[in-house]
Unconditional design. Structure first.
Length: 71
């Protein structure tokens, strides 16, 4: 799993909101939230962004080391 998924799962769990209530408030499909929380599937980028916005989180690209290519 990755840090974004872990952070979103923790935020969802800590919110105390039902999946139905969260889906309404964040405009994300309830079944998608349920499947994500069970580990059956990942969220789309759009869904992850909506949940991050709802929880006041910011999605950031992973920092990578600058590598020079030979050749």
């Amino acid at each position: 799993m990755n840090a974004i998924q872990d952070t979103l799962k923790q935020a969802i769990a800590d919110s105390g909101l039902s999946h139905l209530r969260l889906s309404i408030l964040a405009n994300v499909n309830r079944l998608s939230i349920m499947r994500f929380m069970r580990g059956d599937t990942s969220l789309s980028l759009e869904q992850a962004e909506r949940l991050a916005d709802f929880f006041g989180l910011e999605l950031q690209p992973k920092k990578t080391a600058n590598k020079t290519r030979k050749g």
